[in-house]
Every structure is written in C-alpha cells, then in structure tokens.
Write a protein that binds this ligand. Structure first.
Ligand SMILES: NC(=O)c1ccc[n+]([C@@H]2O[C@H](COP(=O)([O-])OP(=O)(O)OC[C@H]3O[C@@H](n4cnc5c(N)ncnc54)[C@H](OP(=O)(O)O)[C@@H]3O)[C@@H](O)[C@H]2O)c1
Length: 228
C-alpha cells in the first residue's frame, strides 16, 4: 500500500492514525467535509511529522487515488459520509471502517452501544459501498495513544473481513506502525462483537484513567495468515 485516505481525518482517531502512518512512510490524504479544514489538519500533521507526505482534501476528492480508504467518523455520520463518497470509490480499493455504534449517536453513554439493523457498523458500511470490500479495524485502539508519537504502542488490532487477502493487506499497512499487531478475527459479521469491545475499553479506560488497548494471549508462534 502506498497511499491512504482518511475520511474524517480531522477527528481524533483519524488524525492520530494520519500521524502514525505518515511517520511510517505512508502517503496520507486527510479527508474532511470541508477542504479548508482538511488542509489545516494536513499542515498541523506535517508540523509533527516533518518528513511525511500528508495532504488534505474534501472527502470525495481525498479517496479518488488511494489504495486504502479509512473511515473514521462518528456512527451518526457514517451512512451519510459513505453515501457521499461511494461514487468516488473504485473497485480494487479497500475500505477500512473503524466506526463504533456508540450510544452517543443518540445522546447516550459511550459505555453503551446501539443496535444496527445490518448487524454492525461494518456490515452497514459494506451495504453502502457496493463493490469496494470492507475490512473493519482499529475499534480498540485509542486515538490518544495514536496521537502520542513519543509513546511506543503495544497492542493488538482485530481485523474483520470476508476475504483473508484483504485483511492481510490491511495488516501489512497497519503493522508498518511499530507496536501494532493485527489479528484475523473472522468474517465481517464478527465485527458485531469487536465493535462492542470499544464500549468495554471505554469503561475500563474511564476507571483507570488510561488509554489501554487489547492483547490476545497465546498466539505467539502460531501462523497468523495461514494459507486457506
Ligand atoms: N476516538 C477513539 O479513540 C476511537 C477509537 C476507536 C474507534 N473510534 C471510532 O472512530 C470513529 C471516529 O472517532 P473520533 O473519536 O475520531 O470522532 P470525532 O473526532 O468526533 O470525529 C471524526 C471526524 O468525523 C467528521 N464528521 C463527519 N460528520 C460528522 C458529524 N455529523 N459530526 C461530527 N463529526 C463528523 C469530522 O470531520 P470534518 O468535520 O472535518 O468532516 C470529525 O473530525 C467513530 O466511529 C469512533 O467510534 C474512535
């Protein structure tokens, strides 16, 4: 993967991810509903990653010429955002969806989620983008940890998607970030479970005043991307 667009890249998760990917040498396009806001975010990201290749563009423009599109917007904005960019996506791209259906979307608590008719936010995303395949990821990685470039990450990222090759490609991208280990967690429908884990992590992190992530035990020495 050579270039990544981050839709909602002006936000907490997207901006932190932009910093980490740019540090790892990936070309990053920060997307926003507002092209000026995207450009400002790119300038401030470049100030933190002076050697990086980071630009900003309106969401639909940002996604046109990249290999991977990351969607990092609140659940309340996910469907509208995907509908807006769907026409600009093209076959062969992968869409990485990090959306969590937190109850904050309807004025509720961040330690609760709401039910999504499609089964999960990731499955809803897949319904909306058609031919472009969705891998869900990053639900348990805290934006604050990503943004703290002076701190080494040390956690797992659970990937859900219907094709192993897609998950492997996303893993190769995210593992360019030191301290992240990606794990194939199953098909896209398994995102139903993984998205709920964010509510758990928020609950834990509130209590411990931390930005903790997750670690799956017992996988060392096991093949992570077995040939089917
Ligand atoms: N924060 C975390 O630690 C974390 C961790 C794992 C997963 N996630 C998930 O990742 C997604 C993004 O989280 P976040 O914390 O980065 O969110 P955020 O900072 O509140 O928002 C991200 C961006 O979404 C865009 N956006 C589009 N429509 C919006 C609307 N109607 N209202 C508000 N913003 C809108 C905004 O960009 P423009 O205004 O520039 O368009 C905003 O900067 C969420 O689904 C969240 O559950 C977050």
């Amino acid at each position: 993967v050579t270039a990544v667009a981050i839709v909602g890249g002006t936000g907490d998760l997207g901006f932190g991810l932009a910093l980490r990917l740019a540090t790892a040498g990936v070309d990053v396009v920060i997307g926003s509903r507002d092209a000026d806001r995207a450009a400002e975010a790119a300038v401030s990201a470049l100030a933190q990653v002076p050697g990086g290749t980071i630009s900003g563009a309106a969401n639909a423009e940002a996604v046109t010429s990249v290999d991977v599109v990351v969607v990092a917007v609140p659940f309340a904005a996910q469907a509208r955002t995907l509908t807006e960019i769907a026409g600009a996506l093209h076959e062969g791209q992968l869409l990485v969806d990090a959306t969590v259906p937190l109850a904050t979307a309807v004025g509720g608590k961040p330690t609760r989620t709401i039910e999504v008719w499609a089964g999960s936010a990731a499955q809803q995303a897949q319904e909306l983008v058609g031919a472009v395949r969705v891998v869900s990821a990053l639900h348990t990685v805290s934006a604050a940890s990503l943004a703290a470039l002076d701190q080494e990450l040390d956690e797992d990222v659970l990937l859900c998607g219907d094709r192993r090759a897609d998950k492997h490609a996303v893993a190769q991208l995210l593992e360019l970030i030191p301290g992240l280990r990606c794990i194939d967690a199953g098909q896209l429908e398994m995102s139903r479970v993984v998205e709920q884990m964010t509510a758990l992590m928020i609950s834990i992190n509130i209590r411990h005043k931390a930005h903790a992530g997750i670690r799956i035990a017992g996988l060392d020495g096991h093949e992570r991307w077995p040939v089917a």
